[in-house]
Design a binder for this molecule. Structure first.
Ligand code: DX5
Ligand code: ZN
Length: 218
């Protein structure tokens, strides 16, 4: 079954815990935490302190998406703060193999993310080292952007690359996932769906989670 990963980038930061509790009670499996440094992407968001503060309040898988330069400098802080899964961008990690190994050695799941323009071959040789491949379906930096349909064939390609090698890493899709786009990404092979604005901009967060799950199952 497909897993849901609400992105708190679109949550109400003045009442963050309330929003986190609502998505957890609605059955979301992952909590997607978007970390931005103002360098890799033109926005600044959340650091390890927020992850640490939320950790005792939730049992969801804390899914930390690092959109930062020099991710190797910060991985340990996020692990100590309580991350269950850390995803680094292939475009930002100078020694991708080294950082993925480092994350796994510390007992945390490791993911690799690809921007829309990055070809799937960029991660071919490290697929056995990852627990998740994140395919961006918007240019990273902001919530609420339009889904880029040209990424759909890349989802299918990565699904095929994993299946051919007998690997069971998750394929996560992030950006513009909503009731209109969810069926296409699931059909292409996604297994974890990030949704920010489609969930937190809704007046009824719990029903938004349920509706996305229903649309994913169709
Ligand atoms: C964008 C972030 C996403 C963002 C998705 O850079 O990585 O996780 O929150 O937001 P929506 O679902 O609104 O496109
Ligand atoms: Zn994200």
């Amino acid at each position: 079954m497909v897993k849901l990963a609400p992105s708190i980038l679109s949550a109400n930061f003045a009442a963050l815990l309330d929003d986190v509790i609502q998505v957890e009670e609605a059955g979301a499996e992952y909590l997607h935490i978007d970390v931005m440094d103002g360098h890799f992407v033109p926005n600044i968001t959340i650091g390890p302190l927020v992850v640490k503060a939320l950790r005792p309040q939730s049992r969801m898988c804390f899914d930390v998406h690092l959109m930062i330069e020099n991710p190797e400098l910060y991985v340990e802080q996020f692990i100590n703060a309580g991350a269950d899964l850390i995803t680094v961008h292939v475009e930002a990690a100078r020694h991708l193999h080294r950082i993925l190994s480092m994350i796994r050695e510390k007992g945390v799941r490791a993911g690799v993310a690809l921007n829309p323009a990055t070809p799937p071959g960029a991660v071919e040789y490290i697929l056995p080292l990852v627990d998740l491949v994140l395919l961006m379906t918007v240019n990273p930096g902001f919530g609420g952007q339009a889904f880029i349909p040209e990424v759909l064939p890349k989802i299918r390609t990565v699904r095929q690359m994993l299946d051919e090698r007998g690997l069971n890493a998750e394929i996560q899709v992030d950006g513009g996932v909503n009731l209109d786009t969810v069926a296409a990404v699931v059909r292409a092979g996604a297994s974890v769906l990030v949704a920010g604005s489609a969930i937190f901009d809704s007046a009824d967060i719990a029903s938004a989670v349920r509706r996305i799950r229903e649309a994913a199952a169709m």
